[in-house]
Design a binder for this molecule. Structure first.
Ligand code: NOJ
Length: 732
């Protein structure tokens, strides 16, 4: 986020003309309140849609009939700096008030939750991360930026880059998984996609990096719960994606709800002021999460709301989302001497700088021609949504090579998830239309396959034996779509049991008993505990929630028009009780093994079901000849890769390392690089990867980055478990 000298001067000039009230107004993010029968804020309402308390159709009904208060008078009086919403017509109306009727004409920032697409919804982040393709992460974000901007939204509350290692947490769906390296690649590419193309105002938005920080480490995977950890863990695992995104130029950051080591992140001076603003020199602004300043009183860190407001402002929180605590209290606090006015100036300078960079002062409106063009999704968007969906699908098991399906075979498609447009979307998508969604049933029909649909049961529907009998009678193969509804993941959707919900396991048992081959397609937003399923089903495909092109993508992969190439960005446990379970854990003195007095469970052992980085394809790959050479500043790693099967395929070659002896205990493996390689049947290639020595260190508890000489194990392979290994001594 670079401003020209003239832009910086314009910001300073505005600041010098502003009253204290107008400055505090800029620090206020409002959302339209729903007035009348349904007395909640817009913001609360969208959370209710997301957590499943009200269905999407009900939301649309409420929005079309409810009277909404858009705070026009407050905007006119300069008491609003930013507004939530996704309607371009309303955005223009409100912007006109801000620009033409407020004293200084400062435009509003319109913000919205555009997490994995606006109208063109693409795969949820945990799925897309599994494509291991930074350029894809960038392109989907760029598409979302353009669509958002065309709808008046210039501020996307994304990317969510919380490292998440506990599959019970519902929000694992929204982020790039358990690994700091992959999450950092994801974070950088998303910022580039959202913000990078500044050639025209229509092409970019301000990203909002969230949730800062350690939200994904909430205790026992329960949303909003406390987090506590050593600083070294914070620096090594949870901060890296945020740091990477700040280095890439992220314009704004959203603080998380959780407390970290006893201090809520909303008013955490250490994380906000010391790390983010001082150490990383973050030039943008920080916004609280919804209602979070008020919740600091509930946390028990501030005695009342005015004090919470003062503490947050002092800690470096620049904008208040949704409580009006800044609006109603900061002026008095400055006048009483409880808050130094310099904090306010700093916050407003940051906010105005982002608005200036967004070009809002010169070009605040969405053109009418654009609003009309929004009616139709461009073909190029559909193609990208399809590509992203295809590349996110993970083949987990294909024991009898049932896949790809033979086109001449009749398919009985089973499971209520297969035929519900709203289930392809995934948590935290708000601006989609049911008519755009391609279900798995629709996708198979589009492909021309011989398919009949038999609901038979689902996560919230009982088993129907008659339909199972009918499915068995029709199909040569049964394709069973099982998993979680969208409302079982996302915010406020943590679960204490992440095995197959409802009667779906019973349904699978009965389907298997028919004797027909059963292909299980999983639709879910978190790693699930599928020990039983993996033992009994020969064919399993992880399809996640893939967005509006889901059905077409799944059909293409099932029928072999596209080969599966996704990998898991999160470890799958065998049983829920193993959570948190992640591949890059510190070593213990008694690593899990077959013998009893080691780090293991009596009833679940010590291994995962599917490891991080795992995924099969329709062909097989062999690795050989791992070679690691010290080249001074870097290690040159090469490994032979051969496609030993009969079809072309794409492999994700993964590079891991272990620092064998460190001054603090190091992870058993850490991802340090990857490369996707496509090989024809029988083809071999030597794959070269580079590991910079500067990236082989770690942080201690004081936040110092250390490079310690010694022995390192270098691994290369197709997932975090099955690798070749070579040891090397490294001096820095
Ligand atoms: C709450 C969520 O935690 C956050 O991700 C979202 O951006 C805000 N609300 C705004 O809707």
């Amino acid at each position: 986020m670079q401003l020209t000298k003239a832009q910086r001067e314009r910001v300073e000039s505005l600041l010098s003309q502003m009253t204290l009230e107008e400055k505090i107004g800029q620090m206020n993010l409002e959302s339209p309140s729903i007035v009348g029968g349904f007395d909640v804020s817009f913001e609360e309402l969208i959370e209710m849609v997301n957590d499943g308390r009200i269905p999407q159709e009900e939301f649309v009904k409420i929005m079309s009939t409810a009277t909404r208060d858009f705070h026009e008078d407050d905007i006119r009086a300069g008491r609003v700096g930013a507004m939530m919403g996704d309607d371009p017509v309303k955005a223009n109306e409100l912007q006109k008030i801000a620009v033409e009727e407020s004293r200084l004409g400062i435009p509003l920032m319109m913000g919205f939750d555009v997490i994995h697409g606006f109208r063109t919804v693409y795969p949820i982040a945990i799925a897309e991360a599994g494509s291991f393709e930074p350029d894809l992460f960038r392109r989907t974000a760029s598409m979302a930026a353009k669509e958002s901007r065309a709808h008046g939204v210039c501020w996307n509350f994304a990317p969510m880059v919380d490292v998440a290692r506990d599959a019970r947490w519902g929000r694992v769906s929204e982020g790039p998984g358990e690994d700091p390296y992959l999450a950092s690649c994801f974070a950088r590419a998303k910022i580039d996609g959202l913000q990078g193309d500044t050639s025209s105002k229509e092409n970019y938005v301000a990203a909002c990096l969230k949730h800062y920080v350690a939200y994904g480490a909430c205790e026992s995977g329960r949303d909003y719960n406390t987090t506590s950890m050593a600083n070294s863990l914070l620096y090594n695992a949870y901060l890296p994606p945020f740091k990477a995104a700040v280095e890439e130029g992220a314009a704004t950051v959203m603080a998380s709800f959780n407390d970290l080591n006893g201090v809520p992140c909303t008013l955490n001076r250490f994380t906000l002021r010391e790390i983010l603003k001082q150490c990383w020199r973050f030039p943008g602004f920080v916004v609280s999460d919804a209602n979070a300043i008020r919740e600091c009183v509930v946390h028990g860190i501030a005695g009342d709301e005015p004090t919470a407001g003062v503490m947050a402002a002092q800690a470096g929180m620049d904008m208040d989302m949704g409580t009006e605590i800044y609006l109603n209290n900061l002026k008095q606090a400055v006048e009483d001497g409880r808050l130094d006015g310099a904090y306010i100036d700093e916050a407003v300078r940051r906010i105005l700088s982002v608005k200036m960079w967004l070009g809002l002062f010169d070009n605040p409106y969405v053109p009418q021609t654009q609003i009309a063009a929004n009616e139709v999704i461009p073909q190029s968007n559909l193609a990208l949504a399809l590509e992203a969906a295809e590349k996110s699908i993970v083949l987990l098991k294909n024991d009898d090579r049932v896949l790809p399906l033979d086109r001449s075979k009749k398919i009985s498609l089973v499971g209520t998830l297969a035929n519900k447009p709203e289930e392809v979307i995934g948590a935290w998508a708000m601006s989609w239309k049911p008519s755009d969604c391609v279900t798995i049933l629709q996708g198979l029909k589009n492909s021309g396959a011989a398919v009949e649909y038999f609901p038979c049961g689902g996560p919230d529907a009982p088993v129907n034996e008659e339909e199972i009998a009918a499915a068995a009678a029709y199909g040569d193969v049964i394709v069973a779509v099982v998993g979680e509804t969208v409302s079982m993941t996302g915010e406020a959707s943590s679960k204490a049991d992440i095995s197959m919900p409802g009667e779906q396991r019973e349904m699978l048992k009965k389907l298997l008993a028919t004797g027909k081959p059963v292909v299980a397609l999983l639709m879910n937003g978190r790693p699930m505990a599928l020990d039983w399923e993996a033992e009994h089903l020969g064919t399993m495909v992880e399809c996640w929630h893939l967005g509006i092109q889901m059905g077409n993508a799944v059909a293409r992969v099932l029928l072999g028009d596209a080969a599966p190439q996704g990998r898991l960005a999160s470890t799958f446990p065998r049983m829920t009780g193993q959570c948190p379970l992640y591949y890059n854990h510190p070593n213990t003195g008694r690593p899990g093994s077959k013998s009893k007095f080691t780090s293991r469970y009596l009833d679940a052992g010590f291994t995962e079901l599917f490891p991080f980085g795992y995924g099969l394809s329709y062909t097989q790959f062999r690795y050989d000849g791992l070679c690691v050479a010290d080249k001074g500043d870097y290690l040159a790693v090469s490994v032979g890769l051969t496609n030993t099967g009969e079809r072309a395929g794409t492999e994700t070659v993964q590079l891991y390392m272990q620092d064998v002896v460190g001054s603090i205990v190091r992870p058993v493996k850490e991802l340090k690089g990857f490369e996707k390689v496509t090989l024809k049947a029988g083809e071999s290639r030597e794959v070269s990867l580079r590991l910079n020595k500067a990236d082989m260190g770690f942080y201690n508890d004081r936040g110092e980055y250390l490079l310690e000489d010694g022995t390192f194990r270098i691994y290369a392979g197709g997932n975090s478990r099955d690798c070749l290994m070579q040891e090397i001594t490294v001096n820095f």
